[in-house]
Design a protein around this ligand. Structure first.
Ligand code: GLN
Length: 308
């Protein structure tokens, strides 16, 4: 197949872009090796291709939000989830303290406020942190096709500077959006963000969303097609935070980024995409990851709005 050589050329093509900086507020991430660079594609027929540092593990961070939203829909039902979390882009940064006027809901599940609310709906509103963590680890491991782990160092590092997320948690509690102890919801959310993956895992996880919820390798039905569609729709409008509009116009596929430097992309019916490199732009999206996705989209015609 020409795909591995092509992916290698994509990696080399973006390597010289040295812009951006790794996330500074989580010390383990601030010290990341910024030279690392990787890409992977997982086709809906189960083929996986990768290039660059494809074995490097990093914390999933905000990309977990897409999957935990799907889990919350499964555990609480879509109507209950929609009562607590909206589906409009906020146009604000990922960690903004904001709620929609009138409904008091977080704007969407891809910003921290909505993600903490989604986390609190996993298993049941009165579940323990351990029950939620186990449920999320199990679901993400099934999607990745291997057992995933929480990186305790990343978890502890982020807990040291959790004031902003705690603030969001208490705001949600005061607004009646979460019913559990806000500190437990935030701790659990930060644990979910500390689960480690590599680019092949992420591409495969995305390919399940692209394949109507059926795992392309195991054939296991991991979520209903309606949930996969809901997640991909919200990713399309909100996954890249305050860069989401430009992203959809220029790159043109659903995507979710994480502050460790990964971007997960998804083109329904076709391919799951993952890119990784730690330096971030002003929106918190990986600089080289964005470059990789732009190039893949242009070279392979992956824009959703292409007419042919
Ligand atoms: N754990 C991070 C946070 O809550 C996730 C943010 C991100 O990946 N954008 O700040």
């Amino acid at each position: 197949s020409p795909i591995p050589d092509y992916l290698q050329s994509v990696v080399e093509n973006v390597r010289s872009n040295d812009g951006g900086a790794p996330a500074s507020y989580i010390d383990v991430l601030a010290k990341a090796d910024t030279s690392k660079l990787a890409v992977a594609l997982a086709m809906v027929d189960g083929h996986i291709y990768s290039a660059g540092d494809d074995k490097i593990e990093f914390s999933i961070q905000s990309i977990s939000k897409a999957f935990v939203y799907a889990i919350a829909i499964e555990d609480a039902g879509l109507p209950a989830v929609l009562k607590k979390i909206g589906m409009e882009p906020s146009g604000d940064a990922f960690n903004h303290l904001s709620l929609q006027k009138g409904t008091n809901r977080p704007f969407n599940p891809m910003i921290n406020a909505g993600a903490i609310a989604a986390h609190s709906l996993v298993v049941a509103p009165d579940a323990t942190l351990e029950q939620r963590t186990e449920r999320i680890l199990d679901a993400l491991s099934r999607l990745a096709g291997r057992q995933l782990q929480v990186d305790e160092k990343v978890f502890e590092a982020e807990m040291k500077d959790a004031n902003r997320n705690m603030g969001i948690g208490y705001m949600l509690k005061a607004a009646g959006i979460i019913s559990c102890d806000p500190a437990v919801a935030v701790r659990g959310y930060i644990r979910q963000c500390a689960i480690t993956v590599n680019v092949k895992d992420l591409a495969l996880m995305a390919s399940v969303l692209c394949n109507g919820g059926v795992h392309p390798v195991s054939g296991e039905k991991l979520m209903p097609p309606e949930s996969a569609r809901q997640v991909l729709s919200v990713m399309a409008t909100c996954g890249m935070y305050d860069g989401a509009g430009e992203w959809l116009a220029t790159v043109g596929f659903s995507a979710k980024s994480g502050v460790a430097g990964a971007i997960m992309g998804a083109l329904p019916g076709q391919v799951g995409i993952a890119a990784f490199s730690p330096k971030l732009d002003e929106h918190g999206n990986s600089v080289r990851g964005v470059d990789i996705c732009r190039k893949l989209s242009a070279d392979m015609g992956l824009h959703l709005m292409n007419s042919s």
